[in-house]
Design a binder for this molecule. Structure first.
Ligand code: 5GP
Length: 350
């Protein structure tokens, strides 16, 4: 047994220190980014925020609503092949959606059918894929990423989830363009409670970004952002992309029953390893495992465009506070200060 004594940080442990700058207004801030991916060798341009590939948030409707903001959506894994192909063919901006898959033989077989139907060549309408599993530390996962990379050299591959530099490097060297970072920080995740496993998300971002950037790879911070300020902190810590589940939940574009509770309109939102999800897709919770996700009711918030604008406004303003003219400069200009209090909650939390 070993104990690491270095302090590891979460979003709640820090604030971004303001810096003197010549920027006069936040409307001058450019929050889009341009990347060239290490393996796929394609150029990305967009605002690097991605709706999570959960049933509720990873919908076609979400992708269409976020597209005008240059955001992306990782689609959930449960659309039919024909639906997916039709959707991707109609997509104008190819970075607006990621195809998602797990690593079971059935996932690969389904992906092959989708690619065959969409057109597998270098002009395929499917440009980005997300290969994700709860635990990205297995040899089988690394081998799977390498196999898909070999078979589809031109695809942008995002793979995860991991939380440490050495595994980030291994995934990049095995073919991932973007490594997805986060174990246990999610709003409907119970992994930490059920297993005791995890890593404070801000430190995971800082360490994995450092490892990835040394190899010309990229990372996507996945999970744990509860406010636009957290999104700014993730970018400030070095994330190239930020994935959001809970912050995009509860909107018109989400899948999930709308219900009334105590006179308030709410929407169901659940983890992809929750009992709800397992009952929906796997006929229940297998005997050898316990759910590592939960179901919650989130307040219904109308169209997602308003929320997207709020998030982008927050990030833009964060850039102004530290004098970053472009999102690209935010991490260079970020100094985190450790704090014991984030907000003044005397009138409640809102
Ligand atoms: P959020 O933005 O809601 O804090 O986190 C979203 C992320 O939580 C997802 O992208 C995914 O990585 C993770 N997640 C979603 N469902 C589950 C689950 O049931 N269990 C765990 N451990 N993580 C989940």
């Amino acid at each position: 047994m070993r104990i690491e004594n270095d302090v590891k940080l979460d979003f709640k442990d820090v604030l971004i220190r303001p810096k003197r700058s010549t920027l006069s207004t936040r409307s001058n801030v450019d929050i889009s980014r341009e990347y060239r991916f290490r393996h796929a060798q394609v150029d990305y341009h967009g605002v690097p925020i991605i709706a999570a590939n959960m049933d509720t948030t990873g919908t076609f409707e979400m992708a269409r609503a976020l597209e005008p903001f240059l955001l992306s959506t990782a689609l959930h894994k449960h659309y039919a092949v024909e639906e997916l192909v039709a959707f991707f063919k109609g997509l104008e901006r190819k970075f607006a959606a990621f195809y998602s898959m797990g690593i079971a033989p059935a996932d690969e077989e389904r992906f092959d059918r989708v690619m065959a139907a969409a057109g597998p060549g270098s002009d395929t309408p499917i440009r980005c894929i997300c290969i994700d599993v709860a635990n990205g530390y297995t040899e089988g996962f690394v081998r799977f990423v390498a196999k898909i990379r070999e078979r589809y050299p031109h695809l942008v591959i995002m793979a995860g989830n991991v939380v440490t530099g050495e595994m980030t490097e291994e995934l990049i060297l095995s073919g991932a363009d973007i490594v997805k970072v986060g174990i246990g920080p999610g709003s409907v995740c119970t992994t930490r409670k059920m297993t005791g496993v995890g890593y404070p998300q801000l430190s995971a971002i800082v360490e994995c970004a450092d490892a990835a950037h040394g190899l010309e790879g990229h990372i996507c911070a996945d999970g744990g952002c509860a406010t636009p300020g957290d999104v700014a902190k993730a970018f400030g810590g070095g994330a190239d992309f930020v994935m959001l589940g809970g912050m995009f939940a509860g909107h018109d574009e989400c899948a999930g029953d709308v219900v009334e509770r105590d006179g308030q309109t709410c929407q169901r939102f659940y983890g992809m390893s929750s009992r709800t999800a397992m009952e929906k897709y796997s006929g229940g919770v297998a005997q050898y495992r316990a759910p590592e996700g939960k179901e919650v009711l989130v307040p219904y918030r109308g169209p997602v465009a308003g929320t997207a604008q709020e998030i982008l406004g927050g990030v833009r303003s964060a850039c102004t506070y530290v004098g970053a003219r472009r999102l690209r400069e935010l991490s260079k200009r970020t100094t985190f200060v450790r704090v014991s209090q984030q907000t003044n909650d005397v009138f409640g939390r809102s």
